[in-house]
Design a protein around this ligand. Structure first.
Ligand code: NAD
Length: 497
């Protein structure tokens, strides 16, 4: 492939359109139009203008993609895991080589800043390398049986895996979340989010070059027609979903008898004790809120900050100083730190949460509105927003806003604070800031969440460390051996001799 490391938005867009034969579906190694011939438009959220038309796939396209995955499965699963890893590592190298182009497509399509999206592409490639390295851990056990004989297990792939993605980290998820199922010997049908399909389709171009036909199939389309058809398909025995809680519920209802993992939303606390270095804790609160990178549209954002009353005022000052420095801009600019949110609809939704915060008596300390810069007038920009004097039970404290809105609550009784921390439907992550090791560990034991940072923040994930939620934040763990093995099913074999 003629590697086009082009950084001008329009050039990258036109080049990628040619490479994908006019934004087509990738099924069985071929570019194909959707069976019904329908297309849908993806929009540039920085400018509120149409960006590209992509196929609006439906059940017929899912049918073709699953059939292609089934045809490819016997040969792909029969390869030794080392052989699959060799192929996938080359695929990862190709993604890395095109990181600037992927980054530009994601900036234009998702509104996330260009520089962060280049890093996202590299992260996706890194996840492939990581799972390739774990491949030999797909191994079984021997079980002692009475009276001789042999009992052993073999983890085996499911066949065709359905992978459904959200909009917030398009290339990072498209590349990173197909890695484990492919290393484990499955083939994949990937359904990217309807708001951000472009980088996944370009990934199809690299799949065409580096993977056997049908090992990775990419179908763009909406949730109800395209995603749901994948979930319901009788030959897809394993569904892995990342997205919102409501969609997760619908998937559980529709999936029937198959293995389902869900990575869902969060309303994650960051808890600050009075003994900390205030600047460091404030920096973590701002970084972990993901105002930059994704405009707060991240499942791991610490959108609830519980700060001890004794240090509250100084902590707030340090947070507000940092927030004031965040530069909003058009997402394709190299110096932009924060872009727009994903759609007009979501922009209105986030603003309505801000209105509700004000109406319920929280004190707006930063942001809360569209920025004044005339260049940003048309896009879905919202200033980084901080509410103080938030009380437990307010709507902005209970619901996942998935936007640049941080709520700060003051506390003095640690037990009452812990009750409030846990009194939400979510349980994805939590952050604890204190220098007292006993306090930190005791609190970590008590928090209902799947991933806890002590003196860190959600922007820092560690390869190999299992990521996933308690309660309504999901089922299953990713980024780790658990994820790889979740794409296998155990076969037990008993031998008498
Ligand atoms: P969403 O649930 O609206 O959509 C996600 C995907 O599901 C899209 O591809 C969509 O087309 C598809 N979909 C919608 N309805 C479907 C159905 N009935 N059957 C099958 N597929 C269907 O989520 P979103 O708005 O794209 O993303 C935001 C959400 O994702 C937030 O809640 C966020 O917290 C969550 N998220 C979680 C993680 C994590 O790792 N836990 C990571 C990123 C995002």
């Amino acid at each position: 492939m003629n590697v086009a490391v082009k950084q001008q938005g329009i050039e990258v867009l036109k080049w990628a359109e040619r490479e994908t034969r006019g934004w087509k579906l990738m099924i069985g190694g071929e570019w194909v139009e959707s069976a019904a011939g329908r297309r849908c438009t993806t929009v540039n959220p920085s400018l509120d203008i149409p960006l590209a038309d992509v196929p609006d796939g439906d059940a017929q396209d899912i049918e073709r993609a699953v059939a292609a995955g089934r045809r490819a499965f016997p040969a792909w699963s029969a390869l030794h895991v080392d052989e699959r890893a060799k192929i996938l590592r080359r695929f990862a190298d190709a993604i890395r080589a095109l990181a600037p182009s992927f980054g530009m497509l994601d900036a234009l399509d998702s509104g996330n800043p260009y520089t962060a999206m280049v890093e996202d592409a590299k992260k996706g490639a890194g996840a492939i390398d990581f799972f390739c390295g774990l491949g030999m851990e797909i191994k079984g056990e021997t079980i002692p049986t009475p009276g001789g004989g042999l009992d052993y297990t073999r983890p085996q792939p499911y066949g065709v895996v359905g992978r459904i993605l959200p909009f917030n980290h398009p290339i990072s998820f498209a590349a990173g979340k197909i890695a484990a199922p492919l290393v484990a010997g499955n083939t994949v049908v990937l359904k990217p989010a309807e708001q951000t399909p472009l980088s996944a389709l370009l990934l199809g171009r690299l799949a065409q070059e580096h993977l056997p036909p049908g090992v990775l199939n990419i179908v763009t389309g909406d949730g109800p027609n395209c995603g749901a058809a994948l979930v319901r398909h009788p030959h897809v025995r394993r569904i892995a979903f990342t997205g919102g809680v409501e969609t997760g519920r619908a998937i559980m209802r529709e999936a029937g008898i198959k293995s389902v993992s869900l990575e869902l939303g969060g309303k994650n606390p960051l808890i600050v004790f009075p003994d900390v270095d205030l600047d460091k804790a404030a920096a973590a609160a701002v970084a972990g809120m993901n105002f930059t990178v994704s405009q707060g549209q991240s499942c791991g954002s610490n959108s609830r900050v519980f700060v001890h009353r004794d240090i509250h005022d100084r902590f707030m000052q340090a947070v507000l100083q940092r927030v004031a420095q965040i530069r909003l801009g058009l997402a394709d600019r190299e110096d932009t730190k924060m872009g727009p949110v994903i759609t007009r609809e979501h922009y209105n939704r986030v603003l309505s949460y801000i209105d509700s915060g004000k109406a319920q008596g929280a004190r707006l300390r930063a942001g809360g509105k569209h920025p004044a810069d005339p260049e940003l007038e048309r896009g879905y920009f919202i200033e980084p927003t901080v509410f103080d004097e938030v009380r437990h039970g307010m709507k902005i404290e209970q619901e996942e806003i998935f936007g640049p809105v941080m709520s700060v609550l003051a506390w003095d009784d640690p037990e009452a604070m812990l009750r409030e921390v846990n009194d939400v439907e979510y349980g994805l992550c939590a952050n604890i800031w204190t220098n007292d090791i006993s306090t930190a560990l005791r609190l970590a034991d008590g928090i209902e969440a799947g991933y806890i940072w002590i003196n860190g923040h959600g922007g820092k994930r560690f390869k190999g460390a299992p990521f996933g939620g308690f309660k309504n934040s999901g089922i299953g763990r990713e980024h780790s051996l658990e994820e790889l093995l979740s794409y296998t099913q155990i076969k037990n074999i008993n031998v008498s001799y």
